[in-house]
Design a binder for this molecule. Sequence first.
Ligand code: NAD
Ligand code: MG
Length: 389
Amino acid sequence: MQSITILGATGSIGASTLDVIGRHPDRYRVHALTAQQRVPELAALCARFRPEVAVVGSPESAAALSVLLREADVRTEVAYGEAALCEVASAEECDAVMAAIVGAAGLAPTLAAARAGKKVLLANKEALVMSGQIFMDAVRDSGATLLPIDSEHNAIFQSLPQSYSRVPAHHGVARILLTASGGPFLRRAVETLDAVTPEEAVAHPNWVMGRKISVDSATMMNKGLEVIEAHWLFGAGAEQIEVVIHPQSVIHSMVSYRDGSVLAQLGNPDMRTPIAHALAYPERIDSGVEPVDLTRIGQLDFLKPDFKRFPCLQLAYSALSAGGSAPAILNAANEVAVQAFLDRRIGFRMIDQLIAGVLERMPGAALDDIGSLLDEDRRARETAQSLIP
Ligand code: NAD
Ligand code: MG
């Protein structure tokens, strides 16, 4: 029996995780569930999964949750705030942590889980993008097991040798082929992109996801963050990570070997597959996802990304090459820009302009402690805010 903490239980990844866990009550129980707001939803999850602890964002939410739990006769302990998130991510009672908070807010608890040597199921790519070296060092030093949930990275992980040691050349790996759907605006006339609404941007053609990652998919910043994520997870240089647009989202990514072999992982676009893979690794369990019906899909297409249409992808490659705190600055500026777009304060094309503006003003520095990194994150957010008209 494995005991799991789910950081971000009320989100899209949280729901898919609980769906898989709910299919295997003999294998998994829930140590803790966390959510920023959405108190009634979290209360219902506590009634169903009976965690030992539930964590919310504020004392007000904690009080409201306590009332609901008492009414329902659920004996889950209630806590709030970042320290409590770190506590449930590193608690002795917990074996594995699903890191599914969105954005930089997930960094502290995800890092706490890594430092505590947990099995870390990483969905929160922003945490790794921000803190790459520090995070990977923590995993190595504590002996934590890091398993990628992002569908592309999970596919790459599945296509690499079991003994893979983060040195591509040692295993005959030539390139990582990171597939991208291209999002909702792959074929929309570029001149019309500024008129895009938040509703259009979050309507992803293949995946149902949270709003932030959906906008990231529309700008392809999501793929840019995933290039940086792949760099840290698999030890590959920027030049070894190639983005390939594959609009059907059936192949979730590929590994190209020196001998000409290309290995891929295929499946329906449903996050329960990578979640089940990582939860049970190295075993395989039922995820509730049907195997992909290739004859019904009929055709798989591939094309090169257009960096003029998707400047965010170029910005991410540049931040990876710049190194140091540049990826953290990119991530912070992107979080501010996406929120401003969702709040209708800036147009869609302003997202990449804002991030480029912040990176021009803050080129990034070599930093090796989390405190200085969080300072850079805060300064990048202030700079981004100051550039919003
Ligand atoms: P979501 O918006 O649906 O859910 C986010 C969760 O984080 C919620 O439970 C919310 O309560 C919590 N949260 C938000 N702000 C918080 C804060 N400040 N402090 C603490 N908790 C907070 O997001 P999602 O789509 O589930 O994505 C979660 C993460 O997984 C993101 O990093 C995303 O990039 C990654 N991811 C998601 C998918 C997907 O299919 N949804 C795929 C790959 C990777
Ligand atoms: Mg992905």
